[in-house]
Design a protein around this ligand. Structure first.
Ligand code: ZN
Length: 190
């Protein structure tokens, strides 16, 4: 079942996610629905906040973008095939970004048609639970590193516009204000 993706201006996007204590059948269904929603929207990542739920849960799949924007992973310190961990479910993730900051373009399903360059550390160490409750640990680079940092920000109520340079945000100001106002007007109708 595809879910409604909430847009900028929706309060859920600013909520810090609660830890998931137990992977219940409801959580498993939510994970399946989030993948379906993400794929229907041609996204590479989706956080629970984006479907209106403040939980520490995100789904990611970078394989479609691999040709234009490659990703790397290391498992136990050794380079591995990104496909080994795709599609990726991160529950209660803890991350440590590292390395030099690199600029790259980002979009977000909660900000349709809005794109901007964002500077983020090039690598990220990740520790999380997968959909079976098993601990997974790896280091990611490239697009996957960027996607993970973007999604984990969502889990803490942080949005990519918060990471944009002041200049980039100024350039997008009118579009952002318009989107936020439209979302708020829509919420008032409900
Ligand atoms: Zn996003």
């Amino acid at each position: 079942m595809t879910l409604e993706v909430v847009k900028y201006g929706h309060p859920a996007l600013r909520q810090k996610g609660a830890l998931i204590e137990k992977i219940t059948p409801e959580i498993k269904k939510l994970i399946a629905d989030m993948f379906e929603t993400m794929r229907a929207s041609h996204g590479i990542g989706l956080a629970a906040q984006q479907v209106g739920l403040a939980l520490q849960l995100t789904v990611i799949d970078v394989r479609e973008a691999d040709k234009e924007r490659p990703s790397t992973i290391e498992l136990k310190g050794k380079p591995a095939d990104v496909g080994e961990i795709m599609p990726l479910v991160l529950i209660n993730p803890q991350i440590k970004p590292l390395g030099e900051s690199v600029e790259g373009g980002e979009g977000c399903l909660s900000f349709p048609q809005i794109y901007g360059d964002i500077s983020r550390p090039e690598l990220v160490d990740v520790k999380a639970l997968d959909e079976k409750g098993k601990v997974i640990e790896f280091r990611a680079g490239g697009l996957l590193s960027r996607a993970i940092q973007h999604e984990v920000d969502h889990l803490n109520g942080i949005l990519f516009i918060d990471r944009m340079s002041r200049k980039t945000k100024e350039e997008l100001r009118a579009e952002l204000d318009e989107l936020q106002a439209a979302t708020k007007a829509e919420l008032q109708k409900k």
